[in-house]
Design a protein around this ligand. Structure first.
Ligand SMILES: NC(=O)c1ccc[n+]([C@@H]2O[C@H](COP(=O)([O-])OP(=O)(O)OC[C@H]3O[C@@H](n4cnc5c(N)ncnc54)[C@H](OP(=O)(O)O)[C@@H]3O)[C@@H](O)[C@H]2O)c1
Length: 330
């Protein structure tokens, strides 16, 4: 197959946020390294981490100018010399650099086949949002049936996955979301939904749990909500899995842990988990396959934008104006 030399792509030109992402038409089509495959991108996933990277707030993130995006699904069109699979023609989903483009390279070992019968677009989230939600709930959050879980940003891509999996595990779910998104969260099976923008979240969670607090909190909101999350967790046995900083950094002191928030705080980053605990990641992906087979994890129905509308998609994600997964179509 003959491949073009250049392609359309979204380039981040500064660390001032998504306002400085622009379409270029002459990006070189990358060549796969010896352990990599080149895919023709069918759909790229937009993630909150794309916003963090665009401000330089992602640890070890790229320096501008760089091709934005890191999650994409598409068809393998070329492979490095050491690659034994997936073969050209396979539809895969994976993470790498420069997903907001017509072509990108992926590590072959981490290119997951799109489930049979699914479109590439429907597979978005499989290697980012779902493993994040499952890891936060189970190996890290140690969820058990009958427990109460507080899920922030529950209408978002990761939050929807977390609500779905938590309900599957038999938990009571208290969700938070912006007011216009409450119907989405309740339709997923959340037992309660609270306003993420206004109100006393900790008091509401304590009221809903008879004063006990949530057994598990999935904390991605950050900012002032971080302290509400700590106050909403059950004393002594409550776990707070911290995996996002959407609202900004927040601090806790050792004094507060001893005298105020006697809870178990667990930091989590999926990229680090994949590198530092590959066995746990393998188990997570195996469990996700089981959830697909059981019909718990269903094909995504992302809100799709043309690649040229990428800046608008990123702006809406940043402005909390989106529901569920977002896709860019090159
Ligand atoms: N640690 C990891 O490995 C990992 C992996 C994947 C995702 N994450 C984190 O998980 C979170 C969700 O990511 P996602 O890609 O699925 O995005 P998303 O949930 O689809 O969108 C972000 C949502 O966060 C909520 N939010 C709360 N405070 C916000 C603020 N100050 N600014 C903007 N949004 C705010 C908004 O929901 P409401 O308006 O409804 O409250 C917003 O819609 C992010 O914090 C992300 O960094 C972490």
């Amino acid at each position: 197959m003959s491949l073009p030399l250049t392609m359309r792509a979204l380039q981040q030109t500064s660390l001032k946020g998504p306002q400085d992402v622009r379409l270029i038409t002459d990006a070189p089509v990358p060549s796969p390294g010896e352990d990599e495959v080149l895919i023709r991108v069918t759909a790229a996933g937009v993630n909150f981490a794309d916003i963090s990277k665009s401000y330089g707030a992602f640890l070890g993130g790229p320096q501008p100018p760089y091709l934005a995006g890191f999650e994409a699904a598409g068809e393998v069109v070329a492979a490095g010399e050491a690659v034994t699979g997936p073969p050209p023609g396979t539809r895969v989903i994976g993470v790498g650099d420069g997903a907001f483009a017509e072509y990108m390279v992926l590590p072959a070992a981490a290119a997951m086949p799109v489930p049979p019968g699914w479109t590439a677009e429907q597979a978005l989230g499989l290697v980012v949002n779902w493993p994040t939600a499952l890891a936060a709930l189970k190996p890290l959050g140690r969820i058990a049936a009958g427990e109460t879980v507080l899920v922030h940003a529950a209408a978002g891509a990761t939050g929807q996955a977390a609500v779905t999996v938590a309900k599957h595990f038999g938990a009571t779910v208290i969700a938070t979301a912006s007011p216009g998104k409450h119907a989405t969260v309740l339709a997923l099976g959340a037992d309660h939904v609270l306003d993420s923008v206004d109100g006393d979240l900790a008091a509401e969670v304590l009221r809903l749990t008879g004063g006990a607090g949530a057994d598990l909190v999935l904390e991605s909101a950050g900012g002032a909500t971080f302290h509400a999350s700590l106050a909403a967790a059950k004393r002594v046995t409550g776990r707070v899995v911290v995996y996002g900083v959407a609202g900004g950094e927040a601090a806790i002191t050792n004094w507060e842990l001893v005298y105020k928030h006697q809870v178990q705080i667990i930091g989590f980053n999926l990229g680090v988990l994949i590198g530092a605990a590959p066995q746990i990641f393998g188990e997570l992906m195996g469990e996700l396959s089981g959830l697909i087979a059981a019909g718990v994890l269903t094909p995504a129905r992302p809100t799709a934008y043309d690649l040229t509308d990428g800046p608008r998609a990123l702006g809406e994600l940043q402005a909390r104006a989106t529901i569920g997964k977002l896709a860019l179509l090159p």
